[in-house]
Design a protein around this ligand. Sequence first.
Ligand SMILES: [Zn+2]
Length: 212
Amino acid sequence: MIFKKKFFIITAHPDDIESGCGGLVSRVIASGGSVTNLILVKPSAEHNTKRDQFIVSAELEKSRKILNFKTMIYDTPLHENGRPNLTLSNNLISYVESHIDKHDILISHWKEDHHQDHRVCYDVARSVARKGFEQFWCMDASPYNLHYKQFDCNHYVDITDHVQQKRKALESYATYFSAASIDAIINYNKYRGSFLGENKVAETFHLMYNKI
Ligand SMILES: [Zn+2]
């Protein structure tokens, strides 16, 4: 059963796994699987004056305890102003490859995502996807899916029983998500769930390959 597998999810920031696939994470953990979230942009200086690295770290820890995933955080290079400087490099890919450690399913952002750090994650995932995973999925993450043109929404995960856990995890990021932005994410999941049946909620993905 797919939800008993070991998932390796490469995201840019704390909060990405929750918005993109928090329901899936809850379902995998409830089914006896495991989730490792590799975060490529460590908590650091923020534009948002309500946030700093300590607040972001505390919010991540709160969410992690709700959803029970494991985290690995890359020691991201910083600009002189303290802001993260995530760039694609051979060293970054080697670092990620050295931390894959026998996972079954790889997930990351999609290449048309409008956040530059998310697109770096896609490029990293695309390279490390050759390393023995059974499947590779890309997330359909609102609102970053605004300009998706090539995304084939061909993989649905029913999160109806896990949407409250997803909402709680999103609420952990109290200095980032507003009530309206959380509703927007969940409403998108409800729209996708409507294709599964009445009152269903779903997260959607592009299945890049399936080697099972
Ligand atoms: Zn992000």
